[in-house]
Design a protein around this ligand. Sequence first.
Ligand code: 2IT
Length: 447
Amino acid sequence: MDLKKLTAELEAKNPGQPLYIQAAKEVLETIVDFVNENPKYDKYAIVERILEPERIIKFKVTWVDDKGQIQVNRGYRVQHNMAIGPYKGGIRFHPTVTEDTMKFLAFEQTFKNSLTTLPMGGGKGGSDFDPKGKSEGEVMRFCQSFMTELQKYIGADTDVPAGDIGVGGREIGFMYGQYKRLRGEHVGVLTGKGLEWGGSLVRPEATGFGAVYFLEGMLATKKDQLKGKRVVISGFGNVAWGTALKLAELGAKLVAISGPDGYILDEEGITTPEKIAYMDELNATRNNVVAPFADKFKSAKFFAGEKSWVVPCDIAMTCAIQNELDGKYAELLVKNGVQYVVEVSNMGCTADAVAVLQNANVNFAPGKAANAGGVATSGLEMSQNAMHLSWTAKEVDEKLHGIMNSIHDNCVKHGTEKNGYINYVKGANIAGFIKVAEAMIAQGVAY
Ligand code: 2IT
């Protein structure tokens, strides 16, 4: 493959879509040598084909707010790649959602899902609907309208959405109810469902738990351990919550979390069940503020308008949104002695930040490997739905742990450089690519 030519084409074909270009460029740059060592991938034009989503669905979502006003939003589903299984990926409700956001997330999802060892293709959906300040009735009417259109394109064996930013158990419930009403079937068409109606134990915790299991794998390669480490994360939502729970269980000291309004520093540690449960409570309000944490707990201080990356730490984990850690913050983290940086949000670091961290020999894990525990557990939910049974929390957690270990091993296998540095970005991209590429070759020129 000709990296320069493909990059130029990528940029020309996707004008005004910097996120998609960023995500795709990173993959191209890290797989180029591997692809060129294996000429069959070029023969079948696999890279060119993976760069194009199989389908982009874009639709209008109209709904009536509490004042009786008609509101109009945009809805999306990007079905990126179905080579290894039904499209699978979350739904994001956030005002920043654009076609570009959906394309980058669906692209990342294809590689991530491939890494999970489970048979799932990549997709992503969402809307620019802003859940902030909306009543429960408004959220329900929006979800019903969104699903009325989306249900035409999804199904338990074709495309299985789940949650993401702004979409939790409540929204999945409203969407599932509408799907069931329109289609008259109770099937595993969404994951992240409630336990009483087909959901899986450990799914709410899975993204955070999985990321910490992955981090343990990174620490083990350095003969290091999590216990006693000082950790800083961003965010306070579902992913941050699951991460905090597992960090506390394993004896790490989480000292900072953050929100769009600023960050919380708690030198006593955000490690008690009360503090961690309060993160979840704050998130449930959908008000997007972390400041009240400092009103509730005396040991916590709130710093307005700044990110948590300014707090010195051994381990930093992005748990909020894309590009939330840039080159400037990466330099500060390195200066303050950070040893491990884990993307738990999708593409949490800018390309600059990744370069700064890797050049400083910091152990860096990309989101598509480290946060794959969420979708992996969605895959386990699909298995349980298909078998019409429920596994215990212990069974699900053990499977999740095994999957994260296998993703870590696969990254080490494909990402270890000659000098011994483990380039997890390269490892994840090559390992994710191989399975999808082999499936595409086997299935002929289908997409
Ligand atoms: O980014 C992600 O992997 C998710 N939002 C979870 C997707 C899923 O289908 O569980």
